[in-house]
Design a protein around this ligand. Structure first.
Ligand SMILES: Cc1cc2nc3c(=O)[nH]c(=O)nc-3n(C[C@H](O)[C@H](O)[C@H](O)COP(=O)(O)OP(=O)(O)OC[C@H]3O[C@@H](n4cnc5c(N)ncnc54)[C@H](O)[C@@H]3O)c2cc1C
Ligand code: SF4
Length: 366
């Protein structure tokens, strides 16, 4: 049987681990830097150590995020500003078995059809991006190509939402989503209390509010219970295991008997070698809490330790162009270990939109 190493147990790594372990062709080793807050993973009875504890999990340094003292991150405003202008807590990263989907709030929206072609819609072309000076581009695939995969993932992760099958059609009352080939895995549960007021205000103004698809169980699903609306989703692990996320794909992988999890191990190098003119990853070296180094060989190495850390780990392993010529940064600068010249480039964050609502004392019925 072939051996695969997956670095990182977030939703990306765990989903790949599930796929490889279930294929029957691989023995999968998942290496995770963070702690494991679950008990009994890989058995029928999975518990956890999470609590609705604002002091322990949110106000103090959260134990599910990167520790800025152990692993300080740096920042600079421009290449001319020197090596770094700040060191410490910069956009800290999830660090726990299950990755960011431990403390996310599980909004599980799909991209819409238009989201795949925004460069074209804004008047750009492949040679002339709509936003000058950037590498802005349409996606390489369209919504119709990826729609069946969305459907499968929603089933695996367990997403609740309002679409229903009516005859042969899938009817979705949410006007802000593109077409779907399947209903959601579960109907919507009780609405989030803090969504009721903005929804009512939006409806009065003539907008169409609709429940956001969410990867939280509205009823018992795949052996896990329904959400009890404790209200501690964002920034906390779910004490009742009702929140969907990477850890349940990892659980599926472990249940095959062809996957193992090693937590609190920090991968510090990707081993690679050149054969027949091409570079191949041959394994990884990781460090355990006692400071000892271990090298593990594999036929396949998957870096799923977040786009930021995967790029950094590659660079410190001698893969990719860690020191591009900053005077011509807009052009890809290929090297032998990264013929595309794209490793570590094109980082993009998503916009966080927030709505605040206040009900005046005169109109309040609460
Ligand atoms: C507060 C918050 C709210 C969010 N809300 C939503 C939401 O509502 N909906 C949504 O779709 N997305 C949401 N996200 C984003 C979502 O959580 C991420 O997109 C997702 O977790 C990325 O998955 P990943 O597997 O690529 O990486 P991560 O989840 O970041 O997992 C990477 C894992 O790799 C491990 N790792 C890193 N380096 C090493 C190393 N050297 N050796 C070993 N292990 C390593 C890390 O410890 C981590 O566990 C939210 C994120 C946050 C932080
Ligand atoms: S019980 Fe429900 S509201 Fe509470 S953390 Fe779990 S999924 Fe979120």
């Amino acid at each position: 049987m072939k051996r695969a190493i997956v670095v990182g147990s977030g939703p990306s790594g765990s989903t790949v681990a599930r796929l490889l372990a279930r294929s029957g062709k691989y023995h999968v080793i998942v290496l995770e830097k963070g702690r494991n807050y679950f008990t009994g993973l890989g058995t029928k009875r999975v518990g956890n150590l999470f609590a609705n504890d604002e002091i322990g999990w949110e106000s103090r340094r959260s134990p599910i995020r990167q520790d800025p003292f152990l692993e300080p991150r740096s920042f600079r405003t421009s290449p001319g500003a020197g090596k770094r202008t700040y060191v410490g807590d910069v956009n800290n990263l999830p660090t726990a078995v299950g990755g960011g989907t431990i403390h996310y709030d599980a909004k599980a929206r799909r991209f819409r059809e238009v989201d795949f072609i925004t460069n074209t819609l804004f008047g750009g072309t492949p040679d002339k991006p709509a936003i000058p000076g950037t590498s802005y581009a349409d996606w390489a695939m369209e919504y119709r190509h990826i729609e069946p995969f969305y459907a499968v993932m929603e089933e695996i992760v367990g997403v609740q939402g309002p679409a229903k099958r009516v005859g042969r059609r899938v009817v979705n009352p949410n006007p802000y989503e593109s077409w779907r080939s399947t209903p959601y895995a579960m109907p919507p549960g009780v609405a989030q209390l803090n969504s009721l007021l903005p929804a009512e205000a939006a409806n009065r103004l003539g907008y169409h509010s609709a429940p956001v698809p969410t990867a939280v169980n509205s009823r018992p699903y795949r052996g896990r219970p329904a959400c009890v609306d404790c209200g501690f989703c964002l920034s906390y692990g779910c004490p009742s295991n009702a929140k969907g996320g990477g850890v349940w794909q990892l659980q599926d992988a472990l249940r095959t008997g062809r996957a193992e999890l090693r937590s609190e191990v920090n991968v510090i190098r990707v081993e690679h070698a050149k054969a027949r003119g091409k570079y191949r990853a041959t394994g990884v070296t990781y460090m355990t809490p006692d400071g000892k180094k271990h090298t593990e060989k594999a036929d396949l190495v998957i870096l799923a330790n977040s786009p930021i850390e995967a790029a950094r780990l590659s660079f410190v392993s001698g893969i990719g162009n860690a020191h591009p010529n900053e005077k011509s940064i807009k052009k890809a600068q290929p090297v032998d270990t990264d013929p595309s010249g794209m490793l570590g480039r094109n980082l993009m964050f998503h916009l966080q939109t927030i709505v605040l609502s206040l009900r005046s004392a005169e109109t309040s019925t609460w």
